[in-house]
Design a protein around this ligand. Structure first.
Ligand code: AMP
Ligand code: GLY
Length: 421
């Protein structure tokens, strides 16, 4: 079958590599893709916000399955539009993508269905929000309700920070995403991510991972989309997996069905694992980036068959992933996240990929004058696959050191929670 993959990041390159291995695949298109996907698929220029254009493209190219990487088209309803046109896709409907698109919606689902998370309140005006913050005290977490490109969350350790966050939010710092605030209890513990697939009825545990959100070593500096990740996360033991499936994932899948908006796709749970067990921080309704890259490095099943099964309501009982650890280091352009510098020359990717156990996915790259240049904030992901986190880390950094990207940088401590620095 012909498949269209939507997105342009490292996540989509990793998905493209996995989809390209499927015996079910005839032709893979990626919109817009990147130089990494261009090597294994056909990149196409398509305005993915224009659903009619996407549908027309699918008809012309005889595409029968669309895989959607990023959250925005899901929250905007691309899956619903494709459904109405009779084209299958992987991802939740607009109503089900509210699990990512509205933090207040998710918290209300948790409250109604007894899913463990921090206590919270929703607000549409500054004064009552300030009164709540003052009554609860710091630390406390102030969030914009809607999608804010990862910037809508303030973990306020002091009352002054909390009040400032409430003021900024209601002064319009996050535009429409901040028309409503969710203020919630600060959760203490170790953060981890857990991914499960669902076909609307059933849920299947996929994998755990841990991301590194801050830009600098030692978890310092501003938040980013993620500077590195590994999978599995040792903190997510088999016992925690069982608990997360039983207390968080399965009740959410059942709740969404009961609410009339069954969830199909991948449910990405951000967890805080504290002394009372795992609690939900938030849901995303897509694969994480760079978590996807490390999970795909471990996947031993046919991804296309698996994603189709989600869309068609026939989720298998099991998925095969390597017991090895995959660890990825993100190479970013200097200035990221505030103002990444474009155009920096990159060489040595082929040398890195010659190291056994190392692979590289492209994110913000561009082919120019016979070589690669940086074309975005996060530029490349270098992945090591080995028997332990320590070995995967050593391999990934050998790969990083084979690449020459003078205008780039990376964190040097990816994996510290599992192996120290
Ligand atoms: P989000 O954009 O929702 O992923 O939140 C960004 C980060 O804020 C998370 O990765 C956590 O580190 C932190 N965070 C969010 N909610 C809480 C919470 N209730 N307690 C503690 N930390 C939180
Ligand atoms: N790496 C975090 C995310 O994809 O949301």
């Amino acid at each position: 079958m012909n498949v269209l993959l939507i997105g342009s990041g490292g996540r989509e390159h990793a998905l493209a590599v996995a989809l390209a291995k499927s015996p079910l695949l005839t032709k893979l298109f990626v919109a817009p893709g990147n130089p990494g996907t261009a090597a294994i698929a056909r990149n196409v220029v398509l305005d993915v916000a224009d659903f009619d254009a996407v549908i027309a493209f699918c008809r012309v190219q005889n595409i029968s399955f669309v895989v959607i990487g990023p959250e925005q088209p899901l929250v905007d309803g691309l899956v619903d539009a494709l459904d109405a046109a009779g084209i299958k896709s992987f991802g939740p409907s607009k109503a089900a993508a509210r699990l990512e698109g509205s933090k207040g919606f998710t918290k209300d689902i948790c409250a109604k269905y007894n899913i463990p998370t921090g206590s919270y309140e929703r607000f549409t005006a500054r004064e009552p929000a300030l009164a709540y913050v003052r009554a609860k005290g710091a630390p406390i977490v102030v969030k914009a309700d809607g999608l804010a490109a990862g910037k809508g969350v303030v973990v306020a350790m002091t009352m002054a920070e909390a009040e400032e966050a409430v003021d900024a939010l209601f002064a319009g710092a996050f535009g429409a995403a901040g028309a409503e605030a969710v203020i919630e209890e600060y959760l203490d513990g170790e953060e981890a991510s857990f991914f499960a697939l669902s076909d609307g009825e059933k849920a299947l545990a996929f994998a755990s991972a841990q991301d590194h959100k801050r830009v600098g070593d030692g978890d310092t500096g501003p938040n980013t989309g993620g500077m590195g990740a590994y999978s599995p996360a040792p903190v997510v033991t088999d016992e925690i997996v069982a608990q997360v499936m039983k207390e968080i994932i399965e009740p959410t899948v059942a709740a969404m069905k009961a609410e009339g908006c069954p969830f199909k796709g991948v449910l990405f749970a951000g967890l805080m694992i504290g002394k009372d067990g795992p609690k939900l921080i938030e849901f995303n309704t897509r694969f994480g980036d760079p978590e996807c890259q490390v999970m795909m490095a471990r996947l031993e099943d046919d991804l296309l068959r698996l994603l189709l099964a989600c869309a068609e309501g026939r989720l298998p009982q099991q998925v095969r992933l390597s017991p090895k650890t995959a660890l990825t280091v993100v190479l970013a352009a200097q200035g990221y996240p505030a103002a990444p510098r474009k155009g920096g020359k990159i060489t040595g990717v082929e040398q890195a990929e010659k190291i056994p156990g190392v692979s590289v996915t492209h994110a913000g790259t561009k082919a120019e004058g016979g070589h690669l240049v940086a074309n975005g904030g996060r530029v490349l992901n270098v992945i090591g696959l080995a028997d332990s986190v320590a070995e995967a880390k050593a391999l990934a950094y050998r790969g990083v050191d084979a690449i020459d990207f003078p205008e780039g940088f990376c964190r040097r401590d990816i994996g510290w929670r599992a192996v120290g620095t």
